[in-house]
Design a protein around this ligand. Structure first.
Ligand code: SAH
Length: 254
């Protein structure tokens, strides 16, 4: 492969359903020779697109220098690397720090966008996030965890806009989030949570800021929280979906 200028492809894997991969992502996966994937989030079904001969690395157990070292080794062999991120790589994908390292060592890269989990959650809930006259703004944000959120972007500041809020990485603080938001949006404001949107084991729960924490009490990870008055569709009644869901207090029908 002498002289071939390899590239790192930051590829969006989409939310989970392999049919929600872009054609470009699928084609890249199908001829991949080396793939570093975010194993804690990427649906394993997506990895079935990789050829058997493809070298696979789960980045869940790797730090940045280890990830970059794999990329450098592939550069030496003239082999492209697929860096597979869940959803849309530009959103909480930590691609920025990888791109800066690649700039430093002179490895080229390209980004292939993906469908984000907030989109899959909206599809599952069958809602229009920008409902006319209700909300014309969608805010993608998260609660502070080990990664802090800048002071000017704290939830209660964002809440002032009364926009439709999509919260990533925040289900662990659901009760706190709902209580904070209720002060701005009102306790009766619709709030929904979708676990594993577009996966075979997807669960969706609809309620209000007052009821959601209890309705969703069994769910601890990989969920999207959507809050706002735009979420008031006929297909999203809390009773309907709550009945499918087993939580701490009740066995559901599903
Ligand atoms: N780049 C991803 C987000 C990565 S951060 C994207 O665009 O979707 C990880 C967070 O995304 C999770 O904590 C969860 O809030 C959300 N998430 C990822 N996949 C999801 C899915 N299939 N369903 C619901 N939420 C998901």
């Amino acid at each position: 492969k002498g002289g071939y200028k390899m590239k790192v492809w930051f590829v969006g894997a989409g939310p989970g359903d392999p049919e929600l991969l872009t054609l470009k992502a699928k084609a890249l996966l199908e001829k991949a020779e080396c793939c570093i994937y975010a194993g804690s989030l990427v649906n394993p079904v997506i990895l079935d697109c990789l050829p058997e001969s493809c070298e696979k690395y789960d980045s869940a157990g790797m730090d940045l220098p280890e990830i970059i070292a794999v990329m450098e080794k592939c550069r030496d062999r003239g082999v492209d690397v697929i860096r597979l991120h869940t959803g849309e790589p530009a959103i909480y994908g930590a691609i920025g720090e990888q791109m800066r390292e690649l700039d430093r060592i002179g490895i080229e890269y390209a980004v292939v966008p993906g469908i984000s989990s907030f989109q899959a959650a909206a599809a599952s809930l069958q809602v229009e996030l920008t409902s006319p006259e209700v909300s014309q703004t969608v805010i993608l944000t998260r609660c502070a965890g080990r990664t802090p959120v800048p002071e000017t972007q704290q939830l209660d500041k964002l809440a002032e806009a009364q926009a439709t809020l999509c919260l990533f990485l925040s289900v662990g603080k659901l009760a706190e989030v709902c209580a904070d938001l209720a002060q701005h949006y009102g306790e009766d404001c619709p709030a929904a949570l979708v676990y594993h949107a577009s996966w075979a084991d997807e669960k969706k729960i609809c309620g209000t800021l007052a009821t959601l924490p209890e309705l969703a009490s069994g769910i601890e990870r990989t969920a999207m929280i959507i809050v706002g008055r735009a979420l008031n569709p006929p297909g999203c009644s809390s009773k309907l979906y709550a009945s499918e869901f087993t939580h701490g207090y009740r066995k559901g029908t599903k």
